[in-house]
Design a protein around this ligand. Structure first.
Ligand code: UDP
Length: 404
């Protein structure tokens, strides 16, 4: 049976510039999942806030999947929390659009607490199940204590959402435990389904070809990809560099960061100066998602030194390109990286710990491993992840209709 799904992503447009302060893994997740659901024959409408006047109201994302921009507040990028006062307006716009176009949905799937807040209203108005995915948890961020403190408004909204929605999809067992511990969620209300990777886009290219294409020389190349925010622990990666032998023959490429990350970027550049590694580090800013396979393939290893990840898509992308990963024990990284085979998961981002494993991988880099590294993540194809999510939708729908 074909499902009609209302996907809510109020603050983060799936077509937004990836790697900015607020646009990263969640946008990729929504875009890829919706395209795959559409390919599998379901109908998906993603509702997002109009944030740029240039966008058409309706953008086809793929077969059966469309993105709908609705006005709520100024038609420009605004800070996440500043969207909160516009949520009621956005919910009304969704309802107007639905009515005007004679649409009926089977279920709502919301992403992040701001969309969850709207999803709670739609759930009541439409009397259909509401499935949510929080992507990051405010209480966990506060417990870690790196970066800005998350306001009570967020924590309380997340608590209410966890209590009232019909099902929570968590990307890892760890996130499930956090939901139980910090939000008193019922274990039965949570289903763990990992994130996916686009295996057509993320393929390994010949290292030399990739390096030539990017104009990189024969040095050992270490890669970081992600939003430039303190929680990513990039400072720890910079501090790891001086521990590596022949540091001057290495190059660290840091990808990500837009104008909203200016302060963190400044802090990292001055740290690189004081560590005297500035000649070995290049801050490349945003790189188009489609160009990333060149970088992953050119690199000898990719590092995710994060304090917290909800999942960590970058690790999947790197492995799909055959490049090993060193990552901290956060998010889904333990379930993705095979210790000693496809990289290393380290207990925390202590610079020496990171450097130790980075040095091991740099000394190994062998071509034969590339295909087995890629093979280790083929089970994370979006088609498989979307099938698991559809099974969950159906389970929630049948228990909802049993109650009516
Ligand atoms: N990304 C990108 N270009 C950049 C920086 C990041 O396309 O310049 C993408 C990256 O490929 C990944 C996503 O942004 O798909 C980051 O997701 P991840 O789960 O690693 O981190 P999050 O943003 O959820 O913290």
């Amino acid at each position: 049976m074909q499902l009609k799904i209302a996907m809510l992503s109020v603050h983060s447009c799936p077509l937004g510039k990836l790697g900015g302060e607020n646009t990263g893994g969640m946008s990729v997740y929504i875009r890829e999942l919706c395209r795959e659901l559409g390919r599998q024959g379901h109908l998906v409408d993603i509702y997002t806030r109009a944030h740029e006047p240039i966008h058409d109201q309706i953008v086809e994302l793929g077969k059966n999947a469309r993105l709908i921009h609705l006005r709520a507040g100024r038609e420009e990028e605004i800070e996440k929390l500043a969207i909160y006062p516009h949520l009621a307006e956005f919910a009304c716009e969704v309802e107007n659009f639905r009515k005007h176009n004679g649409l009926h949905y089977d279920l709502i799937h919301s992403h992040y607490w701001l969309s969850g807040w709207i999803g709670k209203w739609m759930q009541r108005w439409w009397d259909i199940p509401h499935i949510t995915m929080l992507h990051t948890l405010g209480a966990v961020k506060n417990a870690i204590g790196i970066g800005m403190n998350e306001p009570d408004l967020r924590i309380n909204s997340e608590k209410a959402l966890v209590r009232d929605c019909n099902r929570i999809i968590a990307p890892t067992e760890r996130e499930k435990e956090y939901l139980i511990h910090y939000y008193d969620a019922s274990p039965k209300a949570i289903t763990v389904i990992p994130c996916g990777v686009n295996l057509e886009l993320f393929r390994s290219l010949e290292k030399e070809i990739a390096r030539n294409y990017l104009g990189l020389d024969g040095k050992g190349i270490i890669l970081f990809v992600g939003r430039i925010v303190p929680l990513k622990g990039i400072d720890r990666l910079l501090m790891a560099m001086p521990y590596l032998e022949n540091g001057q023959r290495l190059k660290l490429l840091v990808i990500g960061g837009d104008e909203y990350c200016r302060d963190e970027m400044k802090r990292l550049r001055s740290l690189a100066q004081s560590l005297q590694i500035h000649d070995s580090v290049s801050f490349l800013g945003l790189v188009k998602h489609e160009d990333l396979p060149y970088f992953y393939s050119a690199a000898d290893l990719c590092v995710l030194p994060s304090y917290y990840e909800s999942f960590g898509l970058v690790a999947l992308e790197s492995l799909a390109c055959g490049t090993p990963v060193v990552a901290t024990k956060v998010g889904g990284l333990e379930s993705v990286i095979r210790q000693g085979e496809t990289g290393y998961v380290v207990l925390d981002n202590t610079p020496f710990r990171l450097a130790n494993k980075m040095a091991l991988l740099l000394s190994m880099s062998n071509k034969e491993a590339i295909s087995s590294i890629r093979a280790s993540v083929t089970k994370f194809s979006w088609s498989r992840i979307a099938e698991a999510i559809v099974n969950e939708y159906r389970a929630v729908l049948s228990s909802h209709s049993a109650k009516i």
